[in-house]
Design a protein around this ligand. Sequence first.
Ligand code: NAP
Length: 264
Amino acid sequence: MGPLTRTLKIGIIGFGPFAQFLAKTMIKQGHLLTATSRSDHSGHQGVNFFRDMEEFMGLEHDVILICTSILSASEVIKSIPFHRLKKPTLFADVLSVKEYPRQLLLQEVPEDSDLVCTHPMFGPESGRDGWRDLTFMYERVRVRDDDLCSSFLTIFECEGCKMLEMSCEEHDRLAAESQFLTHTIGRILSEMEIMNTPIDTKGFEKLVQVKETTMRDSFDLYSGLFIHNRFAKQQLKNLESAVQRVKGILEARMNKGDEQKCDQ
Ligand code: NAP
């Protein structure tokens, strides 16, 4: 059987670069989109934008998708006027850390509404030419309306995403080892102001690419990956001690070379 297709009324909270990127595909698939955000993002074709969160929450939505920055998530989620909900709704988020919004949403979202925490492991750069074979991680945190949740997940499935169900805790552990490390290396390379040279190796070209891709994301996003992922602190320590170890190995080898010269 093919994936379930159903037109969804999707309300987006936080209409920044990533939400706008997701919205394009959702509109293409025929879903009906509304959005609200701190700044005025009105004027996007196919998206009905509301400055007023009360008015936005008074609309009939099937899904409310939280796309705000990690750093603002607590303030934004706690300020949602949930009492305006017309009916039980599926709440979903796309934050790049997962235990943190899971906890916040479990605390704040009314008991009769469902909850799915997700992380599309791609962005406007890597997903520019489509989402085929790109990974989409999710945890069904509190799902009673299976059809609705599946219809929402189908948005990603039918674009060819690799759907991966995993706990938010497991996500954060793995993301610290992979995504946070990549962003940290990218930020370090940027601090070092690395640039292409006329004699670039393929390896160095890739490093410049990592730096450039990383720097396109906001610093809010990067610092969120550190502050709200409990596994990231250890990863930063691992990186620091690995640099020290490699430096130590090089210095030891250099000193050994000096000793050999003295012995001759
Ligand atoms: P971001 O810098 O992480 O978030 C920008 C969004 O946060 C905008 O909607 C912005 O609202 C809102 N925001 C920031 N500070 C706020 C505050 N103090 N109060 C209220 N709203 C605030 O950039 P992003 O790339 O668009 O990412 C959005 C979310 O998607 C993040 O949680 C990120 O982790 C996740 N994500 C991003 C990617 C990616 O490739 N970029 C991939 C997967 C998941 P205004 O624009 O209205 O000011």
